[in-house]
Structure formats: structure tokens, C-alpha cells
Write a protein of this length. Structure first.
Length: 350
């Protein structure tokens, strides 16, 4: 009877896995009632890792190559089963293959706007999307933490977990980078680098290696998008405050002129197009004086223009205050600078 049982047994001589390209990350070699023959051949191809698991415990891990399975090539399994130096009997052990090739063009995105905290603007709601690529970096850790005893584990099975990690760490990435959010939003490569620095250790905790990540689009609330557009428009100016004032005046004058030409609004009723231009000049002078209090040239220019400011009527003063208020709301003027200019302008109404 024992001889018949032995004859019926099936032995495995070759253990290998040929990937089908269907996004499989982990695949268990079909054992059924078969046993691995002593001296069997194990073939692990490039971009693969094979893991032997004995009674639920990870034993030996094999990288790319061809192996003859003996006590020399299975040291941990040999120790676990207490074999002699040259075991002769067949053995059973679960064998899992893992694909270590790069999984490319994986998508991530924010289904709903997420709230982040920024040092300049406080709470900001944004949408973003991009793609990333990854590979299995630690097959043993991935087996114990993620794939377990499943016959097949695919990229689709892991997709939700990885995208969740990306979304969870966007806010942390912006905070840890120390870079203002508007700068990151204007430079998507820098944004992606900050996000990658945050994600690499998080992916590694489950045996996954992040290869690349891209940020392809960032959608901001309308008010922040306007500030970002202004920041991009000022890129050619740099730190030149004189050019900055010219840029601000150029932005303001068409609005004043439009109101004046239509004969409506505060400026249009009293001054017409010429007065609108003059008011833009007053605004530029006031801003330059407020932002450069220690600049002798700015102070001298302001002193020379004092008579022009003195003749501004109450409507002009109120219009200037409104414009200064808009600049403060956009973060161009600080509260202190606004208060100082407000006090100075209100004195002219007395």
C-alpha cells in the first residue's frame, strides 16, 4: 500500500513563472498535492523574485538566476525542517513569485477638493492630478504586509491603497517642503519632488518602491488663481520695486479709464479719462512711498508730488483707499502698510 501511495505521488522538477503582462504582482506556484523533488530546478527571470514559505513562515528568497534546490541553496528552509546536510526526500513548500518590474502610468487625483494649510493663505482648497510608477522593492515585506496567501495579487488590487497614500500626504508634502504653496503650484516639478520626498518612506513600509511621480495639473480657487496669474506676470520684473509699481499702475489705469469713458462710477463722474490716469499715478506714488519708507529717492519724489496729492478731492481719496484695500486682500500690502496709508489719505479729508 505504501509503495502504491509513493507511485501515485507527483513530483515537481521545474519551478518557474512566465508573466502574462496582465498586471500581476504576486503569483503562487500551483502545488496541489505535489511535492518538490530534491534537486529540482528553480528559474527566476529578470524582474522577478521567488519566495519560499514553509508552514506560513517565509524561508528563502531568490533573485534572478537558475538554482538547483538542495540544502545548500535552501539554508533557511533546511534549518526550519531540521534536515540533515543531504536530504533525500521530497518536500512541500509554498512558492510565490513576485514581479519587480516597474509598473508605469498609474493615475492619482483628488476626487473632491482637499484642504491644505499654507503659511501665506491659511486654509486652501485645491484639486490636483498626475501619475506615478512603482515596483516591488521588498518581496518578503510585501508578502507579509499586503499579498499574503492569495494565489494572485494584481496592480488593480493595490491601486486604491497607493492612491490613498498620495492624497493623504499632499498636505504633509507642502508643509514639510517649507515652500509657499503658490510657488509649488507655479512649479509642478518642484511640487512633485516635495510629494515624492514624503511618499518614498510611506511606500517602503509595505515593500513598495516609488520610482517617479508627476503633478500634471493643480486647480486653485478663483481668488488664488488670480494671484498666481499676477505672480507669473511679474516674473520678468523680479525684485525691482519701481517696475512693480509700474506694473500695478498699468493694471489699474484701464479700469479707471473704462469707468471714466462710460461716464459712470466715482472717477468717471468727476474727472474723465485724464483724471483716471492721474489717479493711477497717485496710487503708484502712494504705494511706492509706503513700501519703501527708507528710500531717499522715493521720499524726495513723494515730496515733489505732494501738491498733486493735496488737490485730490474726497472721491479720489475714497477710490485710492478701495484700491489699497484690494491690494491688501491679495497680500501685496501688509495690514500695517495699509493702515499707514489709510491714515495719511484720511488726513486729506479734514
Amino acid at each position: 500500500m505504501a509503495l502504491m501511495d509513493f507511485i501515485k505521488k507527483q513530483f515537481i522538477d521545474i519551478i518557474q513563472w512566465t508573466e502574462t503582462g496582465d498586471g500581476t504582482l504576486a503569483w503562487r506556484f500551483p502545488m496541489a498535492e505535489m511535492e518538490i523533488q530534491n534537486g529540482a530546478s528553480l528559474t527566476v527571470r529578470e524582474s522577478q523574485v521567488a519566495v519560499f514559505v514553509n508552514e506560513g513562515q517565509v524561508a528563502d528568497v531568490f533573485g534572478p538566476g537558475m538554482y538547483k534546490l538542495t540544502t545548500q541553496t535552501l539554508p533557511v528552509l533546511t534549518y526550519l525542517k531540521n534536515w540533515d546536510k543531504l536530504f533525500e526526500s521530497p518536500f512541500k513548500s509554498d512558492v510565490y513569485f513576485f514581479s519587480t518590474r516597474q509598473q508605469v502610468d498609474q493615475k492619482w487625483g483628488t476626487p473632491q477638493p482637499i484642504t491644505i494649510r499654507d503659511k501665506d493663505f491659511g486654509a486652501v482648497r485645491l484639486r490636483a492630478f498626475g501619475n506615478y510608477s512603482f515596483r516591488i522593492g521588498d518581496a518578503k515585506l510585501f508578502h507579509t504586509e499586503i499579498s499574503g496567501t492569495r494565489d494572485i495579487y494584481t496592480v488593480a488590487d493595490l491601486d486604491g491603497q497607493l492612491r490613498g497614500l498620495v492624497l493623504q500626504n499632499i498636505s504633509n508634502a507642502i508643509a514639510s517642503s517649507g515652500v509657499p504653496f503658490l510657488d509649488l503650484a507655479a512649479n509642478q516639478i518642484q511640487f512633485a519632488q516635495a510629494l515624492a520626498a514624503q511618499l518614498v518612506p510611506e511606500f517602503a513600509k509595505i515593500g513598495v518602491q516609488l520610482e517617479t511621480i508627476t503633478v500634471q495639473n493643480v486647480s486653485l480657487p478663483e481668488e488664488l488663481q488670480k494671484i498666481l496669474d499676477q505672480k507669473i506676470g511679474m516674473g520678468m520684473v523680479g525684485n525691482d520695486m519701481g517696475k512693480f509699481m509700474q506694473y500695478q499702475t498699468a493694471q489699474a489705469i484701464p479700469k479707471f479709464a473704462e469707468g471714466a469713458g462710460q461716464g459712470s462710477g466715482i472717477a468717471g463722474d468727476a474727472m474723465g479719462l485724464g483724471a483716471g490716469v492721474a489717479l493711477g499715478q497717485v496710487l503708484a506714488q502712494n504705494l511706492q512711498q509706503g513700501l519703501n519708507p527708507n528710500n531717499p529717492a522715493a521720499a524726495a519724489a513723494a515730496a515733489q508730488q505732494a501738491p498733486a496729492v493735496a488737490v485730490v478731492n474726497p472721491a479720489d481719496v475714497m477710490t485710492t483707499l478701495e484700491k489699497l484695500g484690494e491690494l491688501k486682500a491679495k497680500g501685496i500690502l501688509t495690514q500695517e502698510e495699509f493702515d499707514a496709508k489709510k491714515a495719511e489719505l484720511l488726513k486729506k479729508l479734514v
